[in-house]
Design a protein around this ligand. Structure first.
Ligand SMILES: Nc1ncnc2c1ncn2[C@@H]1O[C@H](COP(=O)(O)OP(=O)(O)OP(=O)(O)O)[C@@H](O)[C@H]1O
Length: 501
């Protein structure tokens, strides 16, 4: 049986100012297939899918959906054509309830006598949430009460309750916990089994090979290749297509030593946060990479905030013994050389509507000033140095962060803290959304920093990166430390999972 094309792009292009983000891309997605869209950070993946899903207008070129010319006016219009998207960042509206978020733009479904029947809307939302087993999510609650992960789950329902013909999943899996990821895979397969198609954008190449029926590779906004996935295709093949040359070199550390001999630079004593963390006692050593692992709800993300003085209602102490400082606020943390990169980068890590320069310089103002004056030249030099170090793909340092691709935003977060020259870096999900090549350079940089005597706390849901990089790994479950593992004793997935669940 010949395959039927669901969507086809013909010479599709998108220009933002002087940036040619997508250049005459022609590719097609068949009905009933999972199609991977891969490429380095900034290669145009999101821009293409944003055009397909009506988020961006098309600069030039055409799209055809089931053979018909397709020109979505906006996202709702795309939904009405059976096309939806789950984006990288949080995409729920804070002031609305769960149900109002799910049916946003389609409220007319529930209008009775000229007013919205909230009861009927909540009832319908309940039904859809139950299909996914999201029984802890209440349709009538304001969405703001839910975690990043739960809000992503609400978005899954929003994007699929109307049985889309085409679902786009833009770099979402790496933002989710193991369970959330499984739910998303289930959903993707469900759409496929019903004859729908899914475009998956992911930097996890193993995931792409396992999940997808075919793959399209982009490089610098151009279409490089589309091909079906076969058993012969390897991750290295994909990398080669992505960068245009053979790649060599190791990804993770190769040594098996646990570098924990240095003096204690941070000490947590009897830290408790009601309902989140219990009796946390932990020490971080100079030059160490301390991994924190667990399921997303384990308290691991909150532990990072505690180390940065960013959580209220906490008892116990977080201190820096060498400096004789107790961290009780973000201000003290920054002033004492502690940096923190949040998992929730758009809300907590960056000023989205400010320039790269403003973002990189903000936390280093004290370092940059001389006699109370900050020279614009020094700011520019400083920003250029760290943006270049992190390989940020940008027009120039005055570009707004909102105009950067997801992975490049993440690089700005890291550049900001590297520039500050902090002694302790608490990095929550540091390589989220980052392409394989830059990931390798971040791992290299982490090693370089520890050699300089800096200490790193790496909070991650990627077990392999924890195994690959940490001197010591602390595992949390239900807010408590359940295990501590040393690199030199051998870190393995089985051991870690044993303490996680
Ligand atoms: N709103 C915007 N304004 C200006 N430039 C933009 C905008 N959105 C994207 N770009 C630029 O378009 C190019 C492609 O970005 P895009 O987000 O499509 O990349 P991507 O392949 O999805 O990257 P990533 O893997 O990092 O998410 C980048 O150079 C980016 O800076």
């Amino acid at each position: 049986m010949s395959k039927e094309v669901l969507i086809r792009t013909q010479d599709l292009s998108k220009t933002f100012g002087t940036t040619k983000a997508v250049k005459q891309v022609s590719f097609e997605v068949y009905k009933g297939e999972i199609h991977g869209l891969i490429g380095e950070n900034g290669s145009g993946k999101s821009t293409i899918t944003n055009m397909i899903t009506g988020i961006h207008t098309v600069t030039s070129g055409e799209m055809f959906l089931e053979g018909q010319k397709y020109e979505p006016k906006n996202q709702l219009d795309a939904n009405r054509h059976g096309v939806s998207i789950i984006v990288q960042e949080m995409n729920t509206i804070e002031d609305l309830t769960v149900a109002e978020n799910i049916f946003f733009g389609n409220e007319e479904l529930f209008i009775r006598n000229g007013v919205i029947d909230s009861k009927a809307m909540n009832k319908k939302a309940r039904e859809y949430l139950d299909v996914f087993g999201f029984d802890k999510i209440n349709p009538a609650d304001d969405v703001v009460h839910y975690t990043f992960e739960e809000r992503k789950m609400i978005e899954l329902v929003k994007a699929t309750y109307f049985n889309p013909k085409l679902l786009v999943v833009d770099e979402t899996t790496t933002a989710l916990s193991h369970d959330g990821r499984e739910k998303l895979y289930e959903l993707i397969r469900h759409v496929k089994n019903r004859g729908g198609s899914v475009i998956v954008i992911s930097h996890d190449l193993q995931e792409v090979l396992e999940l997808c029926d075919s793959i399209t590779v982009l490089r610098d906004g151009e279409h490089i290749k589309s091909f079906p996935v076969t058993d012969e295709i390897t991750e290295d093949d994909l990398k080669k297509h992505m960068v245009g040359r053979e790649l060599s070199g190791k990804y993770y550390r190769e040594d098996t030593h646990s570098n924990i001999e240095g003096e204690v630079v941070m000490s947590l004593k009897d830290v408790n946060v009601e309902g989140i963390l219990s009796n946390i006692n932990l020490e971080l050593h100079k030059g160490e990479i301390l991994g924190i692992g667990g399921l997303t709800e384990s308290g691991m993300h909150e532990l990072g905030k505690v180390m940065f003085g960013a959580l209220e209602n906490q008892t116990g102490t977080v201190s820096l013994p060498q400096k004789n400082v107790e961290i009780g606020s973000i201000k003290t943390a920054i002033a004492s050389g502690v940096a923190y990169a949040s998992k929730n980068r758009d809300q907590e890590g960056l000023m989205i509507n400010a320039s790269i320069l403003d973002n990189v310089c903000l936390s280093s103002m004290d370092k940059l000033q001389r006699k109370g004056f900050i020279s614009p030249k020094r700011e520019r030099r400083f920003t250029n140095e760290y943006a270049t170090k992190m390989n940020v793909k940008m027009e120039n340092i005055n570009q707004f962060v909102s105009a950067l691709s997801g992975g490049n935003k993440q690089k700005v977060v890291l550049a900001k803290w590297l520039g500050r020259d902090s002694d302790i870096l608490v990095l929550d999900s540091p390589t989220r959304g980052i392409d394989v090549m830059v990931k390798a350079s971040i791992y290299e940089l982490m090693q370089e920093l520890t050699k300089q005597g800096k200490s790193i706390v790496m909070i991650s849901e990627e077990i392999l990166e924890l195994i690959g990089m940490c001197d010591r790994l602390v595992v949390l479950k239900d807010g408590e430390i359940t295990g501590e593992l040393l690199r030199e004793e051998g870190l393995s997935e089985e051991k870690i999972i044993h303490y996680m669940i």
